[in-house]
Design a protein around this ligand. Structure first.
Ligand code: AKB
Length: 319
């Protein structure tokens, strides 16, 4: 029987690219994209779309009842900077939304569910370099607190109710097909757009702020690989560390300069600096490599040339 796949929070940075991949793997008729808002990205015009607010249990029951999904990707969340600006709503959306979706998954006997965690589960007391899978978890942002509580919730639902939930701790994600919104790592996408449009970029993080990052193609592949892995290979039911590439704004801008020699970067740190300073610089993902064969494909050089090559035509089109 064909899988029926429901993507919740589909219009976001990860959702948009995930839906496109799922449509080509399973056929548009088997992928239900859902979000509280709509998007004019053509990917949604090609398939099924449902409006879905994860805080509205009636709407959730309608969508689950109508499609009876076998696999659910629950991506709806407020990211770090947006949640910090509205902590109560950040908690409500990220936690109550997850409770509602997990309960629906149990009720409608969903076979597998993917829920994204983040490097935001780590905090200022976590070892910053080559951060281990199991380590001190004392996040000091509301986003990180919801991600840590969510991880514990994933493991609890797996152990208590047998919910087959899989999760990875996303680093900052960098892709050219969709825009991020409300994150601390968003500079690493904005910088490419501005480099091509104006030839300069004012960065909201300081030059030396090293953070773990990943090309979106790697992130979507990791998401699909962990969700499709044999259940007995998934040993960690909270969330897996995964690593792509680590760099800071100065290193990234030097790599961009190899392609656009006149590119200039300046630095005016804002409130997102404090969030970035609480996160690790690099991640140890040995466990993901061992358990489900995780392997990234993009290093910094490949990531930068891929972003500039693909965005060039997009930016030219919009000018
Ligand atoms: C953010 O910056 O909030 C996200 C994340 C690292 O989870 N990109």
């Amino acid at each position: 029987m064909a899988e029926k796949i429901l993507v919740i929070g589909a219009c976001g940075q990860v959702g948009t690219e995930l839906v496109e991949n799922l449509q080509s793997m399973h056929g548009s008729a088997n992928v239900i994209a859902s979000d509280i808002r709509t998007s004019d990205n053509p990917v949604f015009a090609n398939g099924i779309f449902e409006t879905l607010d994860v805080l509205d249990k009636t709407q959730i029951a309608e969508v689950f009842g109508k499609y009876k999904p076998t696999i659910v990707y629950h991506l709806a969340a407020l990211l770090s900077a947006t949640a910090e600006a509205n902590p109560k709503f950040g908690w409500e959306l990220n936690m109550d939304g997850t409770f509602n979706i997990f309960d629906a998954c149990l009720e409608y006997k969903v076979q597998r569910i993917f829920w994204p965690s983040s490097i935001a589960v780590f905090g200022p007391t976590t070892p910053k370099v080559n951060t281990p899978q199991s380590t001190i978890l004392e996040p000091n942002t509301i986003y990180g607190i919801t991600k840590l509580a969510g991880e514990r919730y994933c493991e609890y639902y797996n152990q208590r109710y047998g919910l087959d939930v899989r999760s990875i701790r996303y680093p900052g994600l960098i892709g050219w097909k969709s825009l991020p919104g409300g994150g601390t790592t968003d500079y690493a996408v904005d910088i490419f757009h501005q480099a091509l449009k104006t030839g300069s970029y004012e960065c909201f993080l300081n030059a030396g702020t090293t953070l773990p990052m990943m090309h979106m193609e790697d992130a979507v592949r990791a998401t699909l690989e962990i969700t499709n892995a044999a259940s007995n290979s998934i040993k960690i039911r909270s969330s897996y560390n995964i690593s792509g590439v680590s760099f800071n704004p100065e290193i990234l801008s030097a790599e961009i300069k190899k392609h656009i020699p006149s590119f200039e970067i300046s630095y005016v740190a804002d409130s997102r600096q404090k969030i970035a300073d609480s996160w690790p610089q690099s991640i140890n993902d040995l466990q993901a490599r061992q358990d489900w064969d995780w392997q990234e494909k993009y290093n910094l050089e490949k990531l930068v040339s891929n972003m500039l090559e693909n965005l060039k035509s997009e930016v030219l089109k919009s000018n």
